[in-house]
Design a protein around this ligand. Structure first.
Ligand code: ADP
Length: 495
C-alpha cells in the first residue's frame, strides 16, 4: 500500500517536473501565449499582495520585483520562445508601471522603467530567438532522420546500426525478416547475439564480431559471408558490408552493417560445386584406366615398330594427360570451395624443386627455353607437391602465352624472411586492369586475340589459394604486349 502511494507520488512528481522543465519540448516548436500571460499576471498579483502585507518595504518591493521578473522572463523565453518571453516582459513592464503609478510617478521612475523595458525585451528577444533557432535545428535534423529512415526501410537489404557500446540504435524491417527475429532498439547485440552465426563454418567469437573489429580498426569490412541459424530452424547465408561511423575527431561513434540474403545464390553455388566435385571424381576413374590401356598399347606398338600408329598413340596420351590435368584442377577448385584441400608440409631445397619442374616440363613439351638463376640456395618447409603445382602452372602459362622462340626466365632470391620466385616471359602480356582479376576463379582475359588459348581459368586461382595458405604472396607485373613477370613468395622457416 505504502509502496503504491509512493509510486503514485513519484509519477506525479515526474509529471510535474516534466511540465515545469522548460527544455522538455525541445524541437517541437509549440509556443504558448497563455501560460506566460497567466503565470506572470498571477505572480505579479501574488507578489503585490505578499510584498506589501509581509515586508511593507517599497525598496525591497522594487528589488524583489527586478529579480523575480527577470527569472520569469528568462524561464518563459526559454520555454515558449519569443512569444513567451515577450508576453512575460510586457506583463512585467505593465506591472512596473502600476507600481510607479501607485507610488506617485516621477519623470525619473518612468525613465527607469523604459530602461528596464529595453533590457527585458532584449533578454526575451535573445533567449527566445536562441530557443527557436535550436528548435528549428532539431526539427531539421529529425526531418532528415525521418527521410533517411523511410529510405532505409524501403531498402531490399538488412541494415543494423549500433552505437559505440554495441547496442542497437536502428534496425530496419528487412534485417528482422532476414534474421527471423525482432531486433529491439537498445539491445546489446554483440554481448548476446540474437541468432547463432558462423563464419567459414566456425561460430563467431565475440572478439571477432564486426563490432569488436571496428573498435580496433576503422577499415570497412566488405563482402563477408556468414551462415545464420534462425530461431525458426532455417539456415540462411548472408553477405555483409560494414563500416565504422566516426566523429570529427576520428573516434568510432557507431557501426553500420548492411547485409543481403544470398541463400538462393549460395545454394545454387553449392549444388554446382557438388556437381563439379562429383563429375570430376567420376571422370577421374575412367581416365586413369584409359591411361593404363594406352600405356600398354604404346609398349606393344613400340615392339611392332609401327611408327604411324605409335604417333597416333602418343597423340592420345597427350590428350589424356591434358584431360587429367583439367580434371585434377576441377577437383582442386571444388576442394578449395568446400575447404577440403589438404596440405602436408615437408622440408625441401627450393632449387631442387624448380630444377625438377623445369626438367619434367621441358621433357613433355619437347622444347628447351627455360633459364634458371638461383640466388637462394636454402630450404623451405611447405607442401612440396602444391608448390610444384604453382610453379608448373606459372611455367605452363609462360610457355602458353608467349611465342615459341622466346625465353622463359626463372629466378629466385631471398627477401625479408621470404624466398621469392619469379617467372618471366616475353609473350602477350596482361593489361593492368586485369592484374588482380586473373587470380579469380574461372577468370580468363578475353579479347579477340586471347580467345585462341585453351584453358578454363582455374590455374592462377588454385595457385593463389595455395600460396595464401602458406602465408606467402603471389602477384604479377605486366604490360599488354610486353611480356609478364609472375612472382610468388614463401616464408623461410626459422631453423
Ligand atoms: P588458364 O587455364 O586460362 O591459363 P589461369 O588461371 O592459369 O587459367 O590464367 C588466367 C588467365 O590469365 C589466362 O586465361 C590468361 O588470360 C592470363 N594469363 C595467365 N598467365 C599469363 C601469361 N604468362 N601471359 C599472359 N596472360 C596470362
Amino acid at each position: 500500500m505504502k509502496n503504491t502511494i509512493s509510486t503514485v507520488h513519484f509519477s506525479l512528481l515526474k509529471k510535474l517536473f516534466h511540465f515545469i522543465n522548460p527544455l522538455v519540448r525541445l524541437g517541437e516548436r509549440k509556443y504558448s501565449y497563455f501560460l506566460p500571460l497567466f503565470v506572470t499576471i498571477t505572480i505579479a498579483t501574488l507578489s503585490e499582495f505578499f510584498i506589501i502585507s509581509v515586508f511593507n518595504n517599497p525598496e525591497l518591493r522594487g528589488l524583489i520585483a527586478i529579480f523575480m521578473f527577470i527569472s520569469i522572463i528568462l524561464y518563459f523565453s526559454l520555454r515558449d520562445g519569443l512569444k513567451g518571453g515577450f508576453t512575460s516582459a510586457t506583463v512585467t513592464i505593465l506591472y512596473y508601471l502600476y507600481i510607479v503609478y501607485d507610488q506617485g510617478e516621477t519623470r525619473e521612475s518612468i525613465q527607469t522603467i523604459a530602461l528596464f523595458g529595453l533590457i527585458y525585451f532584449a533578454i526575451a528577444g535573445i533567449i527566445g530567438w536562441l530557443r527557436q533557432s535550436i528548435d528549428r535545428l532539431i526539427e531539421k535534423e529529425t526531418d532528415d532522420r525521418r527521410r533517411l529512415n523511410v529510405v532505409i526501410e524501403q531498402l531490399p537489404v538488412g541494415v543494423i546500426i549500433n552505437d559505440k557500446d554495441g547496442s542497437v540504435e536502428f534496425a530496419n524491417k528487412q534485417a528482422e525478416n532476414i534474421l527471423g527475429v525482432k531486433i529491439p532498439i537498445g539491445y546489446q547485440i554483440y554481448q548476446k547475439p540474437l541468432v547463432k552465426t558462423t563464419y567459414l563454418g566456425k561460430p563467431v567469437a565475440s572478439s571477432k564480431t564486426i563490432f569488436a573489429q571496428h573498435l580496433k580498426s576503422t577499415k570497412p569490412i566488405i563482402g563477408r559471408e556468414y551462415e545464420v541459424y534462425r530461431p525458426d530452424g532455417k539456415k540462411v547465408y548472408i553477405q555483409s558490408n560494414s563500416s565504422a561511423i566516426l566523429n570529427r575527431k576520428g573516434e568510432v561513434i557507431a557501426t553500420a552493417s548492411i547485409f543481403n540474403n544470398i541463400t538462393e545464390q549460395k545454394e545454387a553455388e553449392l549444388r554446382k560445386d557438388d556437381f563439379v566435385n562429383m563429375a570430376s571424381h567420376e571422370l577421374k576413374t575412367p581416365l586413369t584406366s584409359m591411361q593404363l590401356y594406352v600405356d600398354t598399347l604404346a609398349s606393344s606398338i613400340k615392339k611392332s615398330n609401327n611408327s604411324k600408329t605409335s604417333k597416333l598413340v602418343t597423340g592420345i596420351k597427350l590428350q589424356i594427360n591434358r584431360l587429367q590435368k583439367l580434371v585434377a584442377e576441377l577437383l582442386d577448385v571444388s576442394r578449395l570451395q568446400t575447404g577440403r584441400l589438404t596440405y602436408s608440409k615437408e622440408k625441401f631445397i627450393l632449387d631442387d624443386l624448380i630444377l625438377d619442374a623445369i626438367e619434367t616440363l621441358e621433357a613433355t613439351k619437347k622444347q628447351k627455353r627455360i633459364e634458371f638463376t638461383s640466388h637462394y640456395k636454402g630450404n623451405l618447409i611447405a607442401d612440396k607437391f602444391r608448390v610444384t603445382q604453382v610453379l608448373n602452372n606459372l611455367l605452363t602459362n609462360a610457355i602458353k602465352y608467349s611465342p615459341e622462340n622466346t625465353k622463359v626466365i626463372v629466378k629466385t632470391k631471398r627477401t625479408d624472411g621470404f624466398a621469392l620466385v619469379s617467372v618471366k616471359d616475353f609473350g602477350i602480356g596482361i593489361d593492368k586492369t586485369q592484374h588482380k582479376k586473373i587470380f579469380d576463379r574461372l577468370y580468363q582475359v578475353t579479347d579477340k586475340y586471347e580467345k585462341t588459348f585453351p584453358g578454363l581459368g582455374m590455374g592462377l586461382y588454385i595457385s593463389k589459394e595455395i600460396i595464401k595458405t602458406h602465408r606467402g604472396k603471389i602477384w604479377v607485373e605486366s604490360k599488354k604486349g610486353k611480356g609478364s613477370i609472375f612472382y610468388f613468395s614463401l616464408p623461410i622457416a626459422k631453423e
